[in-house]
Design a protein around this ligand. Structure first.
Ligand SMILES: [Mn+2]
Length: 221
């Protein structure tokens, strides 16, 4: 339990989380103040490529290893990775004192442009308006680009992040999906940046409705 009047000790914004079900077995470690070092393996090369983007452009060290039932399809592995990454982010952020909280950015990748708008609100919300015109399946084993919506939905639910991802323009599916992940990562990097000592909420908490030691419950606005 932390005392709100005492400045936090040089707290490390790191967290580890694990999830084991009959469908997947996943472990993750994040360091929000890392250098973008990543080590991600899920059995899905394209998804690994996207997780690498999250770490690199999110400015965080990210290790994520998953063994999932990809022989059925990639869905469980991708969704559960979102759950566990969101959980690790929530833990690493702690009470979020001093963080920037809001961010928005547009990121291009050649012809594709995607906008990400993000709030570390404690309120899970996803607006996902990314619909690549191609039906392309990416990588082998196959990765359906639609799965990124499942990933981000799982991520916002467990992290308590409000995230809007909107395709501004684009044609190539790989470009569009990669730009969307880079945009979300870059927005995350800006939002988690510590720029003060205040709690960035008039409510005094950004813990959302989930249980968080020492911060009580409630919904931030
Ligand atoms: Mn790429």
């Amino acid at each position: 339990m932390s005392d709100d009047t005492t400045p936090k000790p040089s707290s490390q914004r790191t967290a580890t989380a694990e999830r084991n079900t009959k469908e997947t077995s996943i472990s993750v470690t994040v360091d929000l103040d890392g250098v973008g070092r990543t080590d991600c393996s899920t059995g899905l090369p394209f998804f690994d490529h996207m997780l690498d983007q999250i770490g690199r452009h999110g400015g965080m060290d990210l290790t994520l290893h998953a063994e999932g039932d990809v022989e059925i399809d990639a869905h469980h592995t991708v969704e559960d990775s979102g759950i566990i990454l969101g959980e690790a982010l929530r833990r690493a952020l702690g009470d979020k004192r001093g963080v920037r909280r809001f961010s928005s950015i547009r990121v291009p990748l050649d012809e594709a442009v995607v906008e990400a708008v993000l709030d570390l609100s404690g309120r899970p919300y996803l607006h996902y308006e990314i619909d690549p015109p191609g039906e392309k399946i990416l990588g082998d084993p196959p990765f359906d680009p639609q799965l990124m919506e499942e990933f981000w939905r799982a991520f916002v639910m467990s992290s308590g992040v409000t995230l809007h991802l909107t395709l501004v323009r684009g044609r190539n599916t790989h470009h569009i999906i990669e730009a969307s992940v880079k945009a979300a990562a870059r927005a995350l990097r800006d939002a988690v940046r510590v720029e003060g000592t205040e709690m960035p909420s008039t409510k005094g908490t950004l813990s959302g409705s989930g249980p968080e030691p020492g911060t009580g419950t409630g919904t931030a606005t």
